[in-house]
Ligand binder design. Structure first.
Ligand SMILES: NC(=O)c1ccc[n+]([C@@H]2O[C@H](COP(=O)([O-])OP(=O)(O)OC[C@H]3O[C@@H](n4cnc5c(N)ncnc54)[C@H](O)[C@@H]3O)[C@@H](O)[C@H]2O)c1
Length: 416
């Protein structure tokens, strides 16, 4: 990671993946025995990253869709394949289980893995409901399981840096955050059979699980979870309330989840004098316009952070110049407004305040770093993972309260 600024000394330099050595020459018997369930898109990616750690041995991969299982076996370098999760546990006896199955299956598999005695890396969000997430966390606490949830922005140096900049006061008082994840993609996966095929519906539900309410919590769980986790970290607390709306307005293809969501979250904060105030976070996710992509904009009285997973930009505010009282003109670029006998020159040009940003770069692989951190925690028998059960539970409640608000058309208070 590099921080390009004359103010470098002010910043805490976080550790990127380039600084993390791949674990050493572990002998076969010392290698951590890992099994992965769900070898679709995410599971395949996790398997490929796990194979880059020399002290990890993939002892089993499991998927009940044969083409995906074949990929899992191939990417793992020939690990034994299973179509049944319980059978894999019994036969492969893994020390660690990685869950990358559809959301509605997380609870059942997580609790089974915990009861079996394995440590657990579970993809986000932790579970389909808050109650299910609690059951996973309770089971893990009872058993002493080391648990990490796959919110991998927690291992990204850009976000580490952002949290540190907010905590050291570089942005002043945080006043608002704007997040979005906008794509122009239907999410629908092509099926290997024609629509009139008798197996079409079953395969569609299986491969397009994200589109149906029985199996998916939609955009907030799949995308918003990462960004709301960033907001909760930056603001140091879960939200107190959310207002939200959304619908299935563009992709009228039989799906049941929203294809666009718009939320306003409210967070309790205290200013530097200890006075309470509210920060509002807007979150939107679209599946029909990719112009703004995925990013978070953290706004404070002293500066603004624009964050993406590969780059952060910090713009200092021109303190005191936000509204210029100018009797003679409207300022260089903005509107002119007369009030109380004085002329205000408002700089409405969005570029006028920006100046040259301070850049934060990272070449790190956040997912690989998240797995690496988890493997180290297991080796060191340390339950304080970078995204433990408490964080996973808070994140689950934070995103599901927005879905509830969309469904009920009202505001929802935390915790749900
Ligand atoms: N952290 C991230 O950035 C990230 C990115 C993508 C997906 N995910 C998460 O990973 C999980 C999987 O998502 P995906 O995109 O890989 O989905 P996917 O559909 O590509 O893969 C899921 C796999 O699970 C398999 N499966 C379903 N039921 C099963 C069962 N009973 N036993 C064994 N295997 C079964 C399916 O056949 C499929 O291969 C989800 O929780 C998702 O939110 C996380």
């Amino acid at each position: 990671m590099s921080v390009n600024s004359g103010r470098r000394s002010f910043l805490k330099v976080a550790v990127g993946s380039s600084a993390i050595a791949v674990a050493g020459n572990a002998s076969q018997s010392q290698r951590l025995q890992v099994a992965v369930v769900g070898t679709g898109g995410r599971g395949s990616d996790l398997i490929r990253k796990l194979t880059t750690f020399r002290d990890v041995e993939i002892v089993g991969v499991c998927d009940n869709y044969p083409p995906h299982l074949e990929h899992g076996i191939e990417y793992s370098g020939g690990a034994k394949g299973y179509e049944n999760f319980s059978q894999m546990l019994e036969d492969a006896k893994p020390q660690v289980v990685v869950i990358a199955t559809p959301l509605h299956l997380h609870e059942e598999m997580a609790v089974e893995a915990i009861d079996f005695g394995a440590h657990l890396y579970c993809e986000k969000i932790l579970a389909f409901t808050v109650e299910a997430a609690k059951r996973i966390v309770d089971a893990a606490n009872k058993k002493g399981t080391i648990l990490q949830v796959g919110l991998q922005k927690r291992s990204n140096p850009i976000y580490e840096q952002a949290v540190s900049m907010v905590q050291t006061g570089m942005l002043g008082e945080i006043t608002a955050i704007k997040c979005q994840w906008h794509r122009n993609h239907s999410w629908r996966r092509p099926l290997p059979v024609e629509k009139r095929h008798p197996d079409w519906e079953r395969l569609d539900r299986h491969l397009n699980w994200r589109l149906y309410r029985e199996t998916s919590q939609g955009l907030m769980a799949e995308l918003g979870s990462h960004q709301m986790d960033v907001c909760n970290r930056i603001l140091g607390t879960p939200p107190k309330r959310v207002l939200a709306t959304g619908g299935t307005d563009f992709w009228r293809d039989g799906r049941e989840v929203c294809d666009n969501v718009f939320c306003v979250y409210e967070y309790d904060q205290q200013n530097s004098e200890g006075k309470p105030y509210t920060v509002r976070v807007t979150y939107s996710s679209l599946q029909n316009n990719a112009y703004e992509g995925a990013s978070e904009l953290v706004m404070g009285t002293q500066g603004t952070l624009f964050l993406t997973s590969k780059k952060g930009l910090f713009y200092r505010e021109e303190t005191g110049e936000e509204v210029v009282i100018d009797a003679s003109s409207g300022g260089d670029t903005g509107a002119v407004m007369v009030t109380s006998g004085k002329t205000l020159g408002l700089k409405n040009d969005p570029w006028a305040h920006r100046g040259k940003p301070l850049e934060i770069d990272s070449e790190s692989d956040e997912t690989r770093d998240a797995l690496y951190s988890f493997i180290r925690k297991v080796q060191n028998e340390d339950r304080k993972t970078i995204c433990d059960g408490a964080v996973g539970l808070e994140n689950t409640a934070t995103v599901l309260m927005a879905n509830q608000a969309i469904d009920t058309g009202g505001g929802i208070d935390y915790p749900i």
